[in-house]
Write a protein that binds this ligand. Structure first.
Ligand SMILES: [Zn+2]
Length: 273
């Protein structure tokens, strides 16, 4: 998974954190992930190494509970593969990805740098893992109402987060990717696109395949053509993304935009809306 996040520093500590000698976390597919679970460390300070040591030595767990730990300075530590079913929300572990902010928010506040990093991390993960549609506090998972974690108000966190995304979209200099869902002839595709400066950019190959279009890759010019049409595509991690309208024209599809659900609907033929 690509973990280069504009405006954030990510340190991959997956290989260096303490792990149990024999036990290993179970694995899942990325598409099993449905939500991000927010935690606080419930310690005034700390580090991924310290948490991993505690979880392994004291609790006897296979490794650190969290997938990501965010320090007070906003540095994001990548601690587990997203596929690892680590222990942080009990029965919901299988479908949740754990993000822990260092601090005891019963008596402290998360820093602005931590919240900014958390926002950037979540929006990045939602592009990489489109099935991860929701963000909950630990306490909001079934059976955890009693637990004061992450001890910051999740309603405010989520509304700040959506405003943050909107502001991020408005920033031209550092375009941030907001995920865009894609529906083809009434069914949702498993891949997603993203919004860039108000334009929906969709994955060319997946959309063309779903619509039965022909994709050509011109090696010399690094150009992508769909049904012989040249597109203003953008290459991201080896995949081509093109503006939804260009793609629809090349594929002979009708197109609609649903602002509320951030969904591009594409339909064959001259179906009226
Ligand atoms: Zn927690």
């Amino acid at each position: 998974m690509n973990m280069t996040i504009p405006g954030a520093r990510v340190i991959d500590v997956r290989a260096s954190l303490p792990r149990h000698k024999t036990l290993k976390y179970g694995r899942r597919k990325q598409t099993d992930i449905r939500s991000a679970a927010m935690h606080h460390s419930a310690t005034k300070s700390g580090s991924p190494e310290a948490f991993a040591g505690y979880h392994v030595v004291t609790n006897g767990w296979p490794g650190i509970a969290y997938h990501f730990v965010i320090q007070k300075d906003g540095v994001i530590y990548w601690c587990n593969d997203p596929e690892a079913i680590s222990y942080h929300v009990g029965n919901s572990n299988r479908h949740a990805l754990g993000i822990c902010l260092v601090g005891d928010f019963r008596t402290q506040e998360p820093t602005a740098a931590q919240l900014d990093a958390a926002n950037r991390l979540i929006q990045h993960l939602q592009v990489q893992i489109p099935t991860m549609k929701q963000v909950f506090g630990h306490q909001e998972y079934p059976g955890y109402a009693w637990k004061n974690c992450p001890a910051f108000p999740m309603g405010k966190f989520r509304s700040d987060y959506s405003q943050y995304l909107q502001k991020a979209v408005d920033k031209v200099k550092t375009p941030i990717q907001v995920p865009v869902a894609i529906s083809m002839n009434g069914s949702m595709l498993s891949v997603s696109g993203f919004l860039q400066e108000g334009v929906s950019m969709l994955p060319v190959r997946a959309v063309a395949n779903a619509a039965g279009g022909k994709v050509e890759w011109i090696e010399q010019t690094k150009d992508v053509r769909v049904n012989g049409r040249d597109l203003n595509e953008k290459l991201i991690s080896g995949s081509a993304y093109a503006p939804a309208r260009e793609l629809a024209t090349a594929l002979g599809l009708q197109i609609e935009w649903d602002q509320a659900t951030k969904t591009v609907r594409m339909m064959k033929g001259s179906v009226s809306k």
